[in-house]
Design a protein around this ligand. Structure first.
Ligand code: FES
Ligand SMILES: [Fe+2]
Length: 388
């Protein structure tokens, strides 16, 4: 993709609208909100959501935005509320189903309908216990439909019996364009050089399957060797047999990706997800959560600890590479990229982006303030071609 697409604020605003508000975003797992009144908040690209386990047992998502004057109704990132959500600004209250219960001093207000003036609902879908939301309508089919082809492989991981490994969501801000994070993630060509621990863990056995119908998959089956690095050697040694997993999954790491930005990783001892989304062209938030098995024993916990160490090193290594490739996009010497066959995943991902935001086909950045207009013109040309 041309360099300008990695530092254009105008394009970032289009991406926020087309890709992030109109595609499924992972929020958490049902085990993060196990009881009525439990909630998890999630902010992204100027939107604020809350996923709430209702008193009627249903999990819903709403905009975290009071219908009075727009305050956040829930200030904490996660927590529990007893039957009512009370807005911290003037005290309007809502049920855990989102309906308006009591506006403060109702006599001073016009008559308000409980549903119409309730918290605005957000579309929600649950796949294997993972909760996804979509802020605005889009063409993407339901998550459960998109992920169907991975179900047979994922089912033995028994995601119904996982629980959060930590109390809090992890997130950090990166001074890079969000696409550069995806680019590094979408190919395994760099693994032998950049990630000594992963190379030690699965090495040549690792492969990527590029995007097909909105999802992609990568697998790293452990190599037979004992491992040279401390964390890998001990992980391979300590990881117990997992009777729930079929033979081919007992010793592998599986990554399943959902377009445009979600990755869920299934390891024998844990399940994790992460995703990233733009704040600005050069600012990205990466966020994720780890889950463990509820019946985890000491050995399994130790294995999980070692896997985390391997992942921590990998993230640090990737962070540096992402930063360098992003910097390159602003250099006068940058001539575009040369892709190896082993980076086919990057190509497929870029194709999917161009299909949704065709202005990314432009070699040079459109004139100031013209990115949206040039993008819209592609749509008009397509419509005219179809009409002919
Ligand atoms: S903004 Fe919520 S009660 Fe006023
Ligand atoms: Fe990497």
């Amino acid at each position: 993709m041309p360099a300008w697409t990695y530092h254009s604020e105008e394009l970032t605003e289009i991406e926020k609208e087309v890709l992030f508000r109109r595609h499924w975003q992972i929020v958490c797992h049902v085990s993060n909100v196990p009881n009525p009144g439990d909630y998890m908040c999630f902010d992204m690209v100027g939107e604020r959501a809350v996923v709430m386990h209702g008193d009627d047992g249903r999990i819903r998502a709403f905009h975290n935005l009071c219908r009075h004057r727009g305050s956040r109704v829930l200030a904490e990132e996660q927590g529990h509320c007893k039957r009512v959500i009370t807005c911290p600004f003037h005290g309007w209250s809502y049920g855990t189903d989102g309906q308006l219960r009591n506006p403060a001093v109702p006599d001073s207000l016009p008559k308000l309908d409980k549903v119409e003036h309730g918290l605005k609902p957000i579309e929600l879908d649950i796949w294997m216990g993972f909760i996804f939301i979509r802020f605005k309508e889009g063409d993407q089919p339901p998550v459960s439909e998109l992920m169907k082809r991975h179900e047979a492989e994922v089912a033995p991981y028994q995601t119904e019996s996982i629980i959060p490994a930590y109390d809090r969501v992890w997130s950090h801000e990166m001074d890079v364009n969000w696409k550069a994070v995806r680019d590094v993630d979408n190919e395994g060509y760099h693994v032998p050089m950049a990630h000594p621990a992963l190379q030690d863990l699965y090495g040549k056995n690792y492969y990527d399957e590029a995007l097909v119908n909105g999802t992609n998959r990568s697998v790293g089956a452990f190599t037979e060797s004992d491992g040279r690095l401390w964390s890998v050697k001990n992980y391979k040694k300590i990881l117990p047999d997992r009777p729930n997993l079929p033979k081919e999954s007992k010793r592998k790491w599986l990554y399943v990706g959902l377009f445009p930005n979600t990755v869920i990783s299934f390891y024998p001892e844990s399940v994790n997800f992460y995703h990233e989304y733009p704040v600005a062209a050069g600012k990205t938030i990466q966020r994720g959560m780890s889950y463990r098995y509820a019946d985890e024993d000491r050995q399994l916990r130790l294995a999980r600890y070692l896997a985390e160490r391997i992942d921590r090193d990998t993230v640090d290594e990737d962070t540096q590479l992402i930063k360098w490739s992003c910097e390159a996009m602003e250099s006068s010497a940058f001539d575009g990229i040369i892709l190896s066959d082993r980076e086919y995943g990057v190509r497929c991902y870029h194709d999917a982006l161009r299909e949704r935001i065709p202005v990314m086909n432009e070699e040079q950045a459109p004139a100031f303030n013209q990115v949206a207009a040039v993008n819209a013109a592609y749509g008009d040309r397509k419509a005219a071609a179809v009409a002919e």
